[in-house]
Ligand binder design. Sequence first.
Ligand SMILES: [Zn+2]
Length: 447
Amino acid sequence: MIKSFFIGNKQKFLFVFLMLLLAVLIIPLQGRQDINPPLDITSTPYTTSLSSSIGTSTPNQESSLLDYQATSSPTLELLSSTTKSQSDTSLSQKTVYLTFDDGPSKLTSEVLDILKESNIHATFFVLGEQVKRFPELVTRVIEEGHALGNHTYNHNYEELYKGFSPFWSQIKQTEEAMASITGAHTSLIRAPGGTAGHFDDTYFKLLKEGGYQVVDWNVDSGDSKRRGVPHNEIIKEATTEIHNNQVVVLMHDGSGHEETVKALPKIISYYKDKGYKFDILTPDLPEIQSFQFKVTQSAKALKRPQPSEEWIATNVTPNAELFSHGKRLVMEIGRMETEFKQGEYRISDGKIMVPLRTMMDKIGVSVRWDVKNKLAIIDTGLNTLQISVTTGEWTSSKKDAIVRTMNVPVQMNGDALWVPLREVLSATGHNPISIQVNDQEWRIRTL
Ligand SMILES: [Zn+2]
């Protein structure tokens, strides 16, 4: 899936490049080239949600194209003060989450083959150094529908548990290694050796603040308690009955775990026979925090250096932005409602950014593209707005007279022009009146 995506993108890029070349040749004859975006106005029915009103910008009385509100954009404070959504308690459905730590290794492809044959999915908590060694296996994990989690870079307890900041930097290092292959950041973490005896409140609190979800397990296959644990013993441990319909099984696919691979088919059939559904761990799983061990006295007793407030503010706090795209972005424009799905928008420097053309599509306004002058031209009927890709200058004009010019940073991403949502709404006469956020969505109400 990922591969075809990349190939598709390459072809798309080539196509766009050729089209641009053609356009440059033709435009002197034709003047401005109109781009007709495909009509794709999605309107979803209104659903009530548990959102709480957190940030409200000043409504603009004059509400004209010319009034760019300099009010603050949604920031991280909004993200961290989200209202917890009510958990979707489908806990009665028996579910097993098979998890594999310390890979990828040569054994991972065998594990993947077995999972494929059984038509089930699992979660792989990978080590950064192994990711660098076996990038193709990381791709395969994702392509075949499994989940990836972060298991730090080198698994070295001494480094990881001497204080929070070395732990953090290994998480980031691994995350980047994964993202360079998959294009996505994962917020799932499993601590090497588990959190018990290792994590104190600082580890838990700061990882949460950074947008991460830490997952331990409730069934240990025991495959790493010593070298070469025989598969029969692994099967026995991995199928221990517990009083919980949600089972997270700890296993390993790092090198030396051939016996785990041997045990796997029997473990799978055990849970299948018992009527369990197999699923992958996701950060938004309502019960995910119940798979965390409690802080132990021994971990509390470790006198480790605490990171400074300043370090937290620079490293941890802004990090949660990376994962905020899990929410959809809903816009209520007058009586119309339209949305960007997760991944269709992003947050950059505390601002919600959207691709201009898609945005205009959704509100039914067309965008023209002046290739020669690198301008995006939006005609709202009342005003004309020109956005310069090169300078970030936004010029509003009415009947050819310039009424206002201002500078708003824009971003080119491939062939798409990305603009800050608040500014583009205001500039097209839809001043935002309120912004609400909860675990599922951002909801922007405008005039
Ligand atoms: Zn491990």
